[in-house]
Structure formats: C-alpha cells, structure tokens
Design a binder for this molecule. Structure first.
Ligand code: SF4
Ligand code: SF4
Ligand code: SF4
Length: 279
C-alpha cells in the first residue's frame, strides 16, 4: 500500500491536464487524493465543478475553496473532508454545514436520499443524446432505438435529464444500507468508470471516421483539451508549487492567529498573502 506522501495523481484523463496535478509536491497530491477518495464520485457538478469530484478536491486544497459544497455527500462527506484538511473542531473553528440538497436526508446514511434515473421506454425516441452525458456509461441503446439505464450503475447524477428532448427520464428514490468499505469500493469503481468514459470519448473525438457531432459539454471540453498543447511551461509549474506552499503556510498562520493575536505573525501573514496575490 502507498503511504500518504507517496500517492501520485498520474495517468489522469486529459480533461484534468489544466489542473497540473502531476507536478504538485507529493504531500499535496496525497491530500487531494484523500479528499477525492471520500467524495461520492457521481461527477454531478453540484459543487460548481462541472468536471467532477477531482477538480473540486483540488480546489479545496489549492484554492482554499469551501469544503462543504458536495451536495450528494451531505454532512458525512463535509465532516470527512474537514478532518483531512485538519479543521480543529475543538478550537474556535466549527465544521461547516453541508450544502443543502433537494432530496430529504436519509436517516440511515445521513446523506441526501439517493435517486436513480429510469427511462420511460415507450416515450424514448432513440436520439442517443443522453449517452455521452452519462459520466459512468450507465445508458445503453443505439440510434432510433429505445434506450435503457443499468440501474445498478446509475448514480442519480441527473446529468442525462437535461439533454433528453422528450423529457422521458424519471428519477426514483432508492433506499440502501451499505457499509463504509462497500461505499469506498463503489466510489473507486465509479472513479474508474468516469475515467474510462472520458478516455473513450477522447478516442471517439480523435477518430477521423467518426462523423457524429459533438453533443455534450464534456465532449466539447475534451475537444479543447486535446487541441491545446499538453506541455506545461517550467515557470507555470514552479508557480503552481510555490502557490500551494504559500497557501499551506497562510492556513497555518490563520489558524494560530484565530486562537491568539500576535503582531509578528499578523505581519508574516500579510506578507505571505501579498506574495500569493502576486503569483
Ligand atoms: S459528487 Fe460531490 S464532489 Fe463530486 S461532482 Fe458531485 S457535488 Fe461535486
Ligand atoms: S443514467 Fe443519468 S442519472 Fe444515472 S448516472 Fe447516468 S447520467 Fe447520471
Ligand atoms: S435522450 Fe431521451 S429520447 Fe433520447 S435516447 Fe435518451 S432517453 Fe431516449
């Protein structure tokens, strides 16, 4: 098993190239990876990161983004992230309240109630628009034929609802009681399915014999990512690492100052903040 400081975020789909995660110091990669591991991996984008859970995990660590934004994860995920980023619940800091969901909280999991998508097959016109929208490839069907969803694979991310021109996809609530190890294994599987989905779409776009138009947002983004140079300049790489180190120092000083005021530390904090804003 890898120790926490040797985790490396390597061989990621090209959609994540702009995050430049592979060049970050190992301990920062490990923290991002730990946060990603506790996220539900529905890739729903409700945390305002349409590219999914990993970019949100990176934003928490690298940009100090709020750690309570994962809607399907609810309070258990918010609390788990707080522990990873070392929120001291015994000091003045309190763990944030998770972003609300439109679905009621399930008493067993303490997370928002899970949903699954179901296609009303009589109404489906077989347009295929829902297929590329599904991040975990849970929808099957071919052009002009009725489509169906593998309920076992569906995460209820709702991303297939909007592209459907005849509004024939319903959401149904599900109740289930899974252990923490089962949930972690399921999330790992969903992460791999999402990466496989992204790689498959990338290959399809690169295939010159594929004349199908780009129909989903992720296809458009992958198109852009593939056409951009994948080289990251040395200066850009150094800046990313320096900024991550500065944020870590700033966070530590802010924590110390929240407990006790200190003029020297306050001056150090302001100097670090100025340095960061220049970067
Ligand atoms: S599951 Fe949570 S972290 Fe992942 S994309 Fe959805 S809201 Fe964001
Ligand atoms: S079938 Fe729809 S709701 Fe289910 S995972 Fe795919 S896109 Fe999300
Ligand atoms: S988008 Fe709607 S109509 Fe088109 S294939 Fe999917 S379920 Fe059927």
């Amino acid at each position: 098993m890898q120790s926490s400081t040797t985790i490396r975020l390597v061989n990621l789909p090209i959609l994540f190239d702009t995050l430049s995660l592979e060049i970050l110091p190992a301990d920062i990669q490990a923290q991002i990876s730990h946060i990603d591991a506790c996220l539900p991996q529905t890739q729903c984008g409700l945390c305002e990161h349409p590219d999914g859970c990993l970019p949100y995990a990176a934003a928490i660590v690298l940009d100090g983004e709020s750690y309570n934004k994962c809607v399907p994860g609810g309070q258990p995920v918010t609390d788990a992230i707080a522990q990873i980023i070392d929120i001291d619940i015994n000091s003045n800091e309190t763990t944030l309240i998770a972003a609300p969901s439109q679905w009621p909280i399930d008493a067993t999991s303490e997370r928002p109630t899970e949903v699954r998508a179901v296609i009303r097959e009589d109404d489906c016109i077989g347009c295929t628009k829902c297929i590329p929208a599904c991040p975990v490839d849970a929808i099957v069907g071919t052009g002009k034929h009725m489509h169906t969803i593998f309920t076992d694979l569906c995460t209820g991310c709702e991303l297939c609802i909007a592209p459907c021109p005849v509004d024939c996809i319903d959401l149904v609530t599900v109740e289930r009681d899974i252990s923490e190890p089962e949930r972690i294994a399921e999330q790992e599987d969903l992460r791999q399915r999402y990466h496989t989905h992204l790689r498959r779409v990338t290959e399809q776009l690169a295939d010159s014999s594929n004349s199908r138009p780009v129909v989903s947002m992720v296809e458009a983004k992958l198109n852009n990512a593939a056409s951009q140079s994948l080289d990251i300049s040395e200066a850009q790489a150094k800046n990313t690492i320096a900024a991550a180190k500065l944020r870590s120092k700033i966070k530590k000083l802010e924590k110390q100052l929240s407990v006790r005021a200190n003029d020297q530390k306050q001056a150090d904090l302001e100097a670090l903040q100025a340095e960061l804003s220049q970067l």
